[in-house]
Design a protein around this ligand. Structure first.
Ligand code: NAD
Length: 260
């Protein structure tokens, strides 16, 4: 279905981004991987995607907090793979603290990586999508793009901002073959969430298993984690013809979190 399409997935060396990169590759797209990590491990992931999915995969080390590197990533993708058709803005970080103790540099980093990077990447990749009159921009927001939780001021602000950015890009591209939507996951068991589970276990003196159940019980009625594979499936759907008139939506994949 996505043969001859090229997808950039930011933050795809781990968690949700990796799940989405694998799903898009599984549907036939060539992939630009991005994110931090051990270079040997990243190379293993890259070659794994190439051999399992029979596609090309290249890696860009661009730091999503640096606009010039984001632009370079789009140029690198275009020179290596010919064009960019799908952009998944997924890289993200979290910091948890009450606002009066929230370090300003953490605020800046969260806003830069979770929100501004999507502006810079979209700005760089959109012109060529418009030239070919086909494109898919998928922003990985969060349930926290729709509702808030305490102690996550930068994250919640960044994800609400990303939902707003998504709507504007969708309106500006409405008469074209380019669509822009957000996926809003609930809890997914990735390193980003494992850190929060470990902190809760340590703070409350409880087991990691109990902390996991508490975390789910508080917000996610299904009491089950969403998986990166499920989110990959939703991203592939958004790239399909069936999704061509889904524009500017924020699609909750959250075990019922935002239905409450
Ligand atoms: P993760 O920590 O497993 O992966 C984050 C990825 O982003 C990694 O590849 C990391 O290297 C990359 N990254 C971080 N800073 C970067 C930077 N400056 N430049 C380039 N890459 C960078 O986390 P995840 O849970 O897979 O999160 C992925 C996205 O999904 C994030 O935007 C997150 O906010 C969102 N999300 C996660 C959950 C969840 O429950 N895990 C829920 C909703 C939304």
């Amino acid at each position: 279905m996505l043969k001859n399409k090229v997808a950039i997935v930011t933050g795809s060396t781990s968690g949700i981004g990796l799940g989405i990169a694998r799903a898009l590759a599984g549907a036939g797209a060539d992939i630009v991987m991005n994110g931090f990590g051990d270079s040997g491990e990243i190379e293993k992931l890259r070659t794994g995607i190439e051999s399992e999915c029979m596609v090309r995969a290249v890696y860009s080390p661009a730091d999503m907090s640096k606009p010039a590197e984001i632009e370079k990533m789009v140029q690198h993708a275009t020179s290596e793979l010919g064009h960019v058709d799908i952009l998944v803005n997924n890289a993200g970080i979290q910091h948890v603290a009450p606002i009066q103790n929230f370090p300003p540099e953490k605020w800046d980093a969260v806003i830069a990586i979770n929100l501004s990077s999507s502006f810079h990447a979209t700005r760089a990749a959109l012109p060529q999508m418009l030239d070919r009159n086909w494109g898919r921009i998928i922003n990985i927001a969060s349930a926290h793009g729709l509702v808030a939780s305490a102690e996550k001021v930068a994250y919640v602000a960044s994800k609400h901002g990303l939902v707003g950015l998504t709507k504007v890009v969708a309106l500006e591209t409405a008469k074209t073959g380019v669509t822009c939507n957000a996926i809003c996951p609930g809890w997914v068991l990735t390193p980003l969430v494992q850190k929060q589970i470990d902190a809760r276990a340590a703070n409350e003196g409880i087991s990691v298993e109990k902390a996991k159940l508490e975390l789910l019980g508080e917000k996610q009625p299904s009491l089950e984690f969403v998986t990166p594979e499920q989110l990959g499936g939703v991203a592939v759907f958004l790239c399909s013809d069936a999704a061509a008139q889904i524009r500017g939506q924020s699609i909750g994949v959250d075990g019922g979190w935002t239905a409450q």
